[in-house]
Write a protein that binds this ligand. Structure first.
Ligand code: SF4
Length: 221
């Protein structure tokens, strides 16, 4: 039997970002991403032929062995660049009460389901030369009712650009979360403080990066 999925790692942790931050979660980190964000904290997941291949049966058995969690986070890498992502998500929602997919939005939503949620993170121009490709399907993502938009902001200039894109595409403000970029606690704290001020003024939600605060930049957290 061919093994259809390539994974970087499986682990049990807390969801660190987005609307479910703090929730115990099984993480399925898929292998492969060509978006190329300069601040990417999982560059080990970029190479499409890296990681290991795994069958669907092995995948669900290994995830179940991690322990019970009310949430499955499907992340990467870029999950939308994984062959058979739709089939994987069909199987995921049959097993978990809530599934969240972390994606740049570089493709359209592969599935829509009441238990399937998307944390869509289209990129700003400072993140990657490919940033515009992550906005090509924004209308389809806005039409997906369970998509939240998590924009990563590293500077006041980034904030201005994020705000302009939110206005340009008429993304509902209550579906937007702004998250400070940062890989150390002091950097995150400083950026969170001025970003929180802007969120209060504009009505956006602030996303933490709990895993960085709790454990630093470590794999499997
Ligand atoms: S899309 Fe995600 S995995 Fe890919 S380079 Fe950007 S941050 Fe890293």
């Amino acid at each position: 039997m061919p093994r259809p999925y390539r994974i970087a790692e499986l682990f049990l942790s807390l969801q660190g970002e987005g609307p479910s931050a703090g929730t115990p979660a099984c993480f399925l980190r898929l292998q492969g991403c060509d978006v190329g964000c300069r601040w990417c904290d999982t560059k080990y997941s970029w190479e499409a032929q890296g990681g290991r291949s795994i069958s669907a049966g092995e995948l669900w058995t290994e995830l179940a062995a991690l322990g019970d969690a009310p949430l499955l986070v499907v992340t990467g890498g870029e999950p939308l660049q994984q062959a058979q992502i739709g089939e994987l998500l069909d199987q995921a929602v049959a097993r978990w009460p809530r599934v969240e997919v972390e994606t740049s939005g570089i493709g359209p939503p592969p599935r829509s389901h009441p238990r399937l949620h998307y944390n869509v993170s289209p990129k700003l121009s400072t993140a990657t030369p490919r940033w515009e490709a992550t906005w090509e399907h924004i209308a389809a993502w806005i039409a997906e009712p369970r998509a939240t938009f998590k924009l990563v902001v590293a500077s006041p200039e980034d904030y201005d650009e994020a705000r302009a894109m939110i206005i340009r595409y008429a993304i509902p403000g209550e579906r937007v979360m702004l998250m400070p970029e940062g890989m150390t606690e002091p950097v995150l704290r400083a950026r969170s403080e001025w970003l929180a001020d802007r969120c209060k003024r504009e009505g956006f939600r602030l996303s933490p990066r709990l895993h960085v605060w709790l454990w630093g930049m470590r794999r499997g957290t």
